[in-house]
Each structure stands twice: as C-alpha cells, then as structure tokens.
Design a protein around this ligand. Sequence first.
Ligand SMILES: NC(=O)c1ccc[n+]([C@@H]2O[C@H](COP(=O)([O-])OP(=O)(O)OC[C@H]3O[C@@H](n4cnc5c(N)ncnc54)[C@H](OP(=O)(O)O)[C@@H]3O)[C@@H](O)[C@H]2O)c1
Length: 303
Amino acid sequence: MDHAAETILVTGSGGQLGRYLVAACRERGFRVIGLGANPGPGVDIQVDIGDAQAVTASIADVRPDVVIHGAAYTDVDGCERDPDKADRVNHLGAANVARAARSVGAHLIAVGTDFVFSGKRAEPYSERATPDPVSVYGSSKLAGERAVLDTDPSFAVARTAWVYGGAGKHFPRTVLTMIRDRGAMTVVDDEVSNPTFAGDLADSLVALVDKRPAGIFHLTNEGWVNRFGLARAVVEAAGGDPGVIQPTSTEAFLSRYPLPAKRPANSSLANNRARELGVTLPAWRDAVDRYVPTLARELNGQE
Ligand SMILES: NC(=O)c1ccc[n+]([C@@H]2O[C@H](COP(=O)([O-])OP(=O)(O)OC[C@H]3O[C@@H](n4cnc5c(N)ncnc54)[C@H](OP(=O)(O)O)[C@@H]3O)[C@@H](O)[C@H]2O)c1
C-alpha cells in the first residue's frame, strides 16, 4: 500500500517504543512527525501532553491522518509517589491527545498496559476482561484509555506488556549489566507476563494502522513466562550460562528491596482481537533470541 500521502503523529517518539515506532512508520512509507516532552532523537515537536492548549495547537498544525499515542509517565514507582503527575500525564494527557485527534478527524491508537489488571488470575486476560489495577500507574493508564474511547469509540487502545529494546533502561539490559558486573542475579519467579520486543510491537502497531481498529486490543509477543525464566533466556541468548540466575519469590525480594507500587502477579494478555485482524507477533523467545545478541555486543563495547 502507498502510504506516502498519509501522516502519522507519534507521541512519546523519543521513548523506548517511540524510537522504534518512528522507524517502523518511515519504513512503511508514512510521513512521520514525532512529539516528545524533551528534545532528542525522533522528537520533531516538543509538547507537554498535559497542556491541553499546546496539544490542540500542535495537532491542528500537523493535521495527521493517524496519531499513535505512546507518551506516558511509565515509572511505576514514580507514579505511586506522585499520583498527581500520573493523572496529569497518563489520564489527562491521553484525553488531550484524543480530543485534539478528533478535532482534526485523525484516527487514534493509544498504547495501554497489562498493569490495568491485578494479575490474580491464572489465565491470560482477554480484551473483554474487567480491569482491576493495583497501582497508581495502572489506574492512571486505565483512566487514560477510558478517556480515549469516551472521546471517540472508533479510536483504539492497544495494551502491551513488559516492553524492552533500544538505548534506555529495560529488563534484558539490567540482567546483562548485572551479570557482567556481579556475575549472578536473583530474580522473582512468581511474576508472569508477555515480554515484548519494542521493534515487534512497533511493526504490529503500524500494521494495525491500515485496519483503522476500534476498541481494545492486546498486542504482545506470543506466549508468557515469569521474570526468572525471562532472565535465564536473556543470558542464554547472550551466550552465557543461565545457571547464574537464581530464583526468588516477590515476597522475599520485597522484604530486602521494598518498592512503593504493587505489581500484578500474572498480567499476561491474550491477543485475540489483533489475531482476528491478521496482526500477530512472533513468540517472546524468538524475539529475545533476535534482539539480545545485539544488546550483548553493545554492552561488550563491540558496537
Ligand atoms: N515499558 C513497558 O514495559 C510497558 C509495558 C506496558 C505498556 N507500556 C506503555 O507503552 C508506551 C511506551 O512506553 P515506553 O516503554 O516506550 O516508555 P518510555 O520509554 O518511558 O517513553 C515514554 C515517552 O513519553 C514521553 N512523555 C512522558 N511524559 C510526557 C509529557 N508530559 N508530554 C509529552 N511526552 C511525555 C517521555 O518523554 P521524556 O523521556 O522526554 O520524558 C518518553 O519519551 C507507554 O504508553 C506505556 O504506558 C510500556
């Protein structure tokens, strides 16, 4: 399909997912404008999404056909400490972007999170499952997705989980850095979800654009694993011995390193609706095996 005439505005374009999104949109032939809070790679316009007037003005100026809203206050413990900021960015920010998109007739896909669920179930959550967040981050993101769909039911929310990839802080980077510096690591084995490579997520979001999806979608690499299993897979993919990763429980971990925000135990998502539209992501293990060797070379100073 020729996308040259279509413009996508990506919010959070300087973030982990945003950088892959900008690249994926360009690769598919779209014109892309990146919106971010701070200057940096991928950021064409600097706007605080909490500022309704600034968001309206910038989206009216760009007149995008589609907005992919990835910007969020993603520090889960930071949100717990500063609920006002969480609400301003994750709830009101999403509402501002949705209203501005609607006013120019743009379609909107907002990125959501598995943390809207408590994780108390044994089965993966479908798109129809009732959200029951256990953290300020989860509640503020839930308020944001509701604001998006209340603004226009033809808009979409694409929830994802355990995203990693690129230059910033993420779990595989933490694991390999810890193993390089300390030789071993203890990781919880009772927290489960779908590790999702930001590059695969970006490709699937751009694939969804052509379908003009409406409502809630789940979009993760296929399959689920606990954090201990993920850490072992990361070490193995980097050519190391997975035996350096030791299991522990969340309770034991938190008694040594307390954190303000609760995390869901099993927040894995089932990607039913995207699959129905023909949009699927590779298995999580395949994604780790593709991405981690590059990360390992980078950490060893070979790239
Ligand atoms: N990371 C995960 O494991 C995960 C899991 C599930 C869902 N998600 C969702 O996926 C999306 C992308 O997450 P990510 O991992 O790429 O996070 P990220 O790296 O923290 O990126 C978020 C981006 O949002 C921008 N932002 C924050 N506050 C803003 C504001 N007030 N105005 C404008 N931009 C603002 C940030 O800009 P600055 O960096 O300049 O502040 C950053 O570039 C988010 O919606 C997140 O909720 C993430």
